[in-house]
Write a protein that binds this ligand. Structure first.
Ligand SMILES: Nc1nc2c(c(=O)[nH]1)N[C@H]1C(S)=C(S)[C@@H](COP(=O)(O)O)O[C@H]1N2
Ligand SMILES: [Mo]
Length: 198
């Protein structure tokens, strides 16, 4: 079986160092896929922000966009031109009242996964909450009903089953970041492993 294919020149310019193109769209989950009941689904904001809880209808009431983004897993596979639909992080942020001291964000998920991101890396025009993948409702194994996608960082920052944002003044580390992975994870800089000296 072949799991990787060789990129052509145009594609290879888009494949970061140490990465290979995957066949299909692999699923990478630590643990089980959480069972999320859509009626009970909610999304919480807390920490250095006015606390507020959203329902899926609040996200769906925001402008819906199509996104095409490359996806880079730190385990070395990449997938180019993934097609998603969803809500821009910048549109969602316009609903929040953030304390000016906030500089970091912890992403929280159903199932307990966490990952940290700088506020500046989080609030970017190209980041989005995805509700569809290749035109279909986002499958549970890829993070449905809703996941975050942060195209400019390794995909472990793209939290599946995301259900909360905690705004922080000081950086805290998420699940993989506490386990030796890089605090930021920028693929073109090969930021795979921690430089914090554990
Ligand atoms: N909640 C949650 N989000 C997660 C993960 C996870 O285990 N749990 N894995 C991360 C990793 S390492 C990658 S590469 C991508 C994989 O997304 P995919 O399964 O849709 O390909 O999801 C990221 N988001
Ligand atoms: Mo990953």
């Amino acid at each position: 079986m072949k799991f990787f294919h060789k990129p052509n020149q145009a594609e290879s310019d888009r494949v970061p160092p140490g990465q290979h193109l995957a066949k299909g769209f692999p699923v990478l989950t630590y643990g089980e896929t959480p069972q999320v009941n859509i009626e009970e689904w909610e999304f919480r904001v807390w920490g250095l922000a006015k606390p507020v809880t959203f329902k899926m209808s609040d996200f769906l009431a925001l402008p819906q966009h199509e996104f095409t983004a490359d996806f880079h897993c730190v385990t070395s596979w990449s997938k180019l031109d993934v097609k998603w639909n969803g809500i821009k992080v910048t549109d969602f942020m316009s609903l929040l009242a953030i304390d000016p001291k906030a500089a970091h964000v912890m992403e929280h998920c159903y199932g307990g996964y966490t990952t940290n991101i700088d506020l500046q890396d989080f609030v970017r025009e190209e980041n989005f909450f995805a509700v569809k993948l290749f035109g279909e409702p986002l499958p549970p194994e890829h993070g449905g009903p809703m996941r975050l996608v942060v195209p400019h960082l390794y995909a472990w920052k793209s939290a599946k089953w995301i259900n909360g944002l905690e705004f922080l003044e000081e950086e805290e580390l998420g699940f993989w970041e506490r386990n030796g992975y890089h605090r930021r994870g920028e693929p073109w800089a090969n930021e795979r492993y921690s430089n914090l000296g554990f």
